[in-house]
Design a protein around this ligand. Structure first.
Ligand code: UDP
Ligand code: MN
Length: 367
């Protein structure tokens, strides 16, 4: 084989590897994220340069087309002098390999939101948040999860006296139905030494909004720093009264979950029981709106460490044996109690040096 031909074959193998990786990595639908990032969805991820890049299959997965393979082989032929016979052979071989791949589908694809008006009952996501360097990145991650969920109504409630402009701007860009509310922590708790009841004023504000505005559906307390599998939202929609499910990265046991034996609830597994009737994490339960509306006194207490227990007890009459077990009888982790490293506020900008530069704009976007 001539050395130029060898180079051609090596280059083609390289192209194949890149295509293969590309094919595998496109199991998610990008159209919403592209809307979020750019007025031109194609250019948002460089798709404009790929021939046939508008090709999606019925699942919204991007496919490698014959046209793309032929274009790649042609490029190598032009630059390295590959013979037309060898070129055709390679096209056929590559098509054969990719057709085999077409049979490979994710085990259980997650349903994605349709652009049509949803017939599903709303899912109210109550998210406490507060101004700090990590606030916008946390809410950005969370927004990207919720953008994949149908008929979601996001109640973003800030522990602040005025809503943060950057938060409002972010929410407006997501296309998610949302409410941006404020609920500062009362001073008597804020000035207290030791553990504070974090996010309680926010969550109670969320409950107040639901009582005033919602009639059906389900609500869920979702802190801004946790990680949520999109399947979680399909699960909690099924909540009749109160549902529960495991939360990963929680307490010294690494998990907090109802214990299920012979398909039935038989207790709680949590690294910190502390005499609680409901030793569960905030991210480990969901409640139906109707169930809440029938309990006008339900509220979350300002008691650090006992917020979940206090709230679930305030839903009386309600007992642990009435818990609806989700996530395949509590065998799947769909919510993670992740925690972000705390960052110090940034140093002030030297306006003498940088007052007429881009840094002024950047500084307005960080804490
Ligand atoms: N939070 C708040 N005000 C505060 C501290 C926290 O609104 O002063 C919110 C925070 O954004 C999060 C929730 O309350 O959504 C729980 O706080 P954090 O994640 O710090 O608690 P942890 O997960 O460590 O128990
Ligand atoms: Mn947290």
């Amino acid at each position: 084989m001539k050395s130029s031909m060898k180079m051609g074959v090596v280059a083609l193998i390289g192209v194949c590897v890149v295509f293969y990786q590309y094919h595998l990595s496109n199991g998610v639908r990008f159209d919403q994220l592209a809307d979020f990032n750019s007025p031109d969805p194609a250019s948002a991820y460089g798709a404009a340069n790929i021939p046939g890049s508008e090709m999606y299959d019925y699942n919204g997965l991007r496919r490698v087309s014959e046209e793309m393979i032929r274009a790649a082989v042609r490029n190598v032929q032009n630059s390295n002098g590959l013979s037309p016979e060898l070129g055709n052979l390679l096209v056929q071989e590559l098509m054969g390999q990719f057709n085999k791949l077409e049979g490979v589908r994710p085990e259980k694809p997650c349903p994605l939101p349709s652009k049509k008006t949803s017939t599903l009952d709303p899912l109210y996501i109550i998210t406490p948040t507060y101004r700090r360097p990590e606030q916008i990145p946390e809410l950005t991650r969370m927004a990207h999860t919720l953008m994949l969920v149908e008929n979601v109504h996001w109640l973003v409630i800030e522990d602040a006296n005025v809503p943060t402009e950057q938060v409002t701007k972010l929410l407006n860009r997501t296309g998610i139905k949302f409410q941006h509310l404020i609920a500062p922590m009362p001073d008597k708790y804020k000035n207290k030494k030791g553990a504070k009841p974090r996010g309680v004023s926010n969550r109670n504000r969320g409950l107040k909004w639901i009582r005033a505005n919602a009639t059906s559906g389900v609500f869920y307390f979702a802190d801004d720093d946790n990680t949520y599998d999109i399947d979680l939202f399909n699960e909690i929609r099924q909540t009749q009264n109160v549902s529960m499910f495991p939360v990963g990265l929680c307490t010294k046991f690494g998990i907090s979950s109802p214990v299920v034996k012979n398909g039935k609830f038989s207790g709680f597994y949590d690294g910190w029981i502390a005499g609680r009737k409901f030793p569960v994490d905030m991210a480990g339960f969901a409640v139906s709106v109707k169930f809440l509306l029938q309990r006008p006194n339900a509220t979350m207490p300002y008691r650090a460490g006992f917020e979940e227990d206090g709230f679930l007890k305030s839903l009386a009459p309600f007992n642990p044996r009435e818990i609806q077990l989700l996530a395949d009888n509590c065998t799947r982790v769909l919510a993670w109690h992740t925690q972000t490293k705390r960052n110090e506020p940034s140093a002030p900008l030297d306006m003498k040096l940088y007052g007429d530069t881009n840094l002024v704009h950047l500084k307005q976007q960080i804490v």
